[in-house]
Ligand binder design. Structure first.
Ligand SMILES: O=C(O)CCC(=O)C(=O)O
Length: 379
């Protein structure tokens, strides 16, 4: 029989407490810091390599944080009523209903839409516990907003954040390239689970596989990320190749014993290795979590690669596609400079000298930004 919200919260309490304690002993959090030679501080790269994630504290300041929160809240009000609908709850066209890839992904509250199914290339083999929502819960809730850069200008500006782009350069080289962008929403008492998985798909069997092959995601936190609503990760699994998640959950079900939550304050940004085993539980707590996600790869992991997408389609990432998709980095830098003119912008070397054609304006919004995510680079 399915647990009630209260029973689920109670059944998780000890696990959450112990996981949070373990998380805070990992020594993998602090501000973005660089060494005397300008490279990312070795304390950070070492801890990231050891754990598979790092929590950059205090990256997003309050005015920017408020912009992001307001825009995401507005977007949720303008979400369609179901995955099949193009109308919001008030009967208006939903936000982004004209886009090629529907931005909103709705699921049953406290559900786990992919765990234990063959969906997403079968990469979520084990279903998480799915408590029964309260009787007044909506039948569907937004779990993910995709393609954030063409519907949420605040996310576009965050994408151009100089400190984060410097980190991306330090991790993946100056010619780093994009992956995709998505906002994950965990409403209190409603947020669905994301079953344990490894994001990576393409290079597991490559003789050149190393811990950085499939890149990383930034997860910028707009609210506190607590043990109850956070993404959880099994430290070190990013260096162990493709793992059998069913066997990891054999001993204690979805409560994997050495996993830890990504504990964050609002404004913190997690850097998470895409090869690590991670997932999140149904949110039976009273707290929101909203993670603004955007990832980056090494160029060499992407160019010339034929990827089988999660929907089963195969696609070749040639140089032209990668370059065109990378324009979003340059456009984001300009969008940010327009809002924060006193900040020193990041220089994205692959497109240096092409600032005029990659400025953020009416024309590029329509011709480059709109539907940019048709060129996402999943690996
Ligand atoms: O935010 C979450 O709950 C899950 C995020 C995740 O699994 C991912 O970004 O791959």
């Amino acid at each position: 029989m399915s647990l009630t919200v209260k029973q689920h919260a109670e059944s998780m309490a000890v696990y959450l407490q112990e996981g949070a304690k373990r998380a805070l002993t990992l020594a993998n959090r602090g501000p973005v810091r660089f060494g005397s030679d300008g490279s990312l501080h070795p304390d950070i790269t070492d801890a990231f390599s050891r754990c598979g994630f790092y929590v950059f504290t205090g990256v997003i300041e309050p005015p920017e944080l408020d912009d992001l929160k307001d825009e995401v809240k507005h977007a949720l009000e303008r979400a369609p009523v179901s995955n099949q609908s193009k109308l919001d709850r008030q009967g208006r066209p939903s936000l982004g209903s004209d886009l090629s890839i529907p931005p909103f992904y709705l699921v049953s509250p406290l559900g786990d839409p992919v765990g234990g199914t063959q969906r997403n290339a079968g990469r979520h083999p084990v279903k998480m516990v799915t408590p029964t929502p309260e009787t007044d819960a909506p039948s569907q809730v937004v779990q993910v907003i995709f393609g954030t850069l063409h519907i949420l200008d605040s996310c576009l500006r965050l994408y151009g954040h100089p400190l984060l782009l410097e980190v991306a350069e330090a991790m993946n080289g100056p010619d780093f390239v994009p992956f995709n962008e998505a906002v994950f929403v965990k409403q209190p008492g409603l947020g669905a689970a994301v079953a344990w998985h490894q994001d990576a798909t393409t290079h597991w069997d490559s003789p050149k596989l190393d811990e950085g092959t499939h890149g990383f995601n930034f997860m910028a936190q707009l609210y506190s990320s607590t043990a109850a609503n956070a993404v959880w990760i099994v430290p070190g699994t990013h260096k162990q190749g493709k793992l059998d998640i069913s066997s990891l959950t054999e001993a204690s079900g979805d409560k994997i014993s050495d996993a830890v939550p990504m504990i964050c304050e609002p404004g913190d940004v997690v850097m998470c290795n895409r090869q690590a085993v991670h997932g999140s539980f149904a949110n039976t707590s009273d707290d929101w979590r909203v993670s603004v996600g955007f990832g980056f790869h090494r160029k060499e992991s992407v160019v010339g690669v034929t990827a089988k997408l999660l929907n089963g389609k195969s696609v070749l990432y040639d140089e032209a596609r990668v370059r065109e998709r990378s324009r979003m980095i340059a456009i984001a830098i300009d969008a940010r400079a327009q809002r924060y003119p006193k900040e020193k912008p990041y220089l994205y070397q692959p497109l240096a000298g092409l600032e005029a054609q990659n400025s953020f304006n009416k024309e590029t919004r329509e011709l480059v930004v709109k539907n940019y995510n048709l060129l996402d680079l999943h690996i």
